[in-house]
Design a protein around this ligand. Structure first.
Ligand code: PRP
Ligand code: URA
Length: 212
């Protein structure tokens, strides 16, 4: 993986890139696409959780006493931007089964490309948690910017945004508003088309996950 600027991390791990290539292929069907998205979520999740805080506690192994490292409480929160975020959420929960989970319902208006908020359900104590927001696509970044605003409004200060694909335009727009948030992505694609789709991209992530 490598850092791009202060707060953007590109995860160019060969396993992730292999899965992403399979997902980009239009012949890949929903059942496989969904499984790959979950696996991608696990790999991106490992990178996104690198900075989680831990504390030391004395335990005894079968052989001797030791000071061992555990994750700080309360558990991190994973916030999924509906619907496509749920594909990555599955992977994050696989590696962090005790995480608190939040949902932000957001759909992009096809004409204006602006996000429309339709649902919000976030865990309590957001100010005490590390928060990981997940959405596979950062295109114009309208949805990601709005979701991050809502998570900050709920009190969160330690935030990482995880996506699988980002457009350069989206990264620029996101950083202009939320430069204090770490952005983890599996790819920075070439550009957006006139309809706000990422090129070369993988199409509509929600439709491909759920076969709609
Ligand atoms: C997609 C995607 C992001 C958003 C990205 O969601 O999952 O949330 O578009 O575009 P943006 O960066 O330009 O905001 P969509 O609105 O299609 O909803 P869905 O997940 O329910 O399909
Ligand atoms: N949302 C998607 O699902 N795909 C894109 O390419 C852009 C926005």
């Amino acid at each position: 993986m490598h850092k791009i600027g202060k707060n953007v991390t590109l995860v160019n791990h060969p396993l992730l890139q292999h899965k992403l290539s399979l997902m980009r292929d239009k012949k890949t069907r929903s059942v496989i696409f969904r499984a790959l998205m979950k696996e991608a979520g696990m790999i991106l999740g490992v990178e996104a959780t690198k900075g989680l805080k831990s504390f030391e506690k004395n335990i005894a192994t079968p052989l001797e006493a030791m000071s061992a490292s555990f994750l700080k409480q309360p558990e991190p929160a994973v916030v999924s931007i509906l619907r496509a975020g749920n594909g990555l959420l599955e992977g994050l929960l696989q590696i962090m089964p005790h995480a608190a989970v939040g949902f932000l319902g957001m759909s992009r208006d096809h004409d204006t490309l602006k996000p429309i908020d339709y649902y919000q359900n976030l865990p309590a104590d957001m100010s005490d948690r590390s928060v990981i927001i997940v959405d596979p696509m950062l295109a114009t970044a309208g949805s990601g910017i709005e979701a991050t605003r809502l998570v900050k409004l709920a009190g969160a200060t330690s935030i990482t945004f995880v996506c699988l694909l980002a457009a350069p335009e989206g990264i620029k727009a996101f950083n202009a508003v939320h430069s204090d948030v770490n952005l983890v992505t599996g790819s920075i694609d070439r550009e957006l088309n006139e309809k706000g789709y990422i090129l070369p991209g993988l199409g509509d992530a929600g439709d491909r996950i759920y076969g709609t």
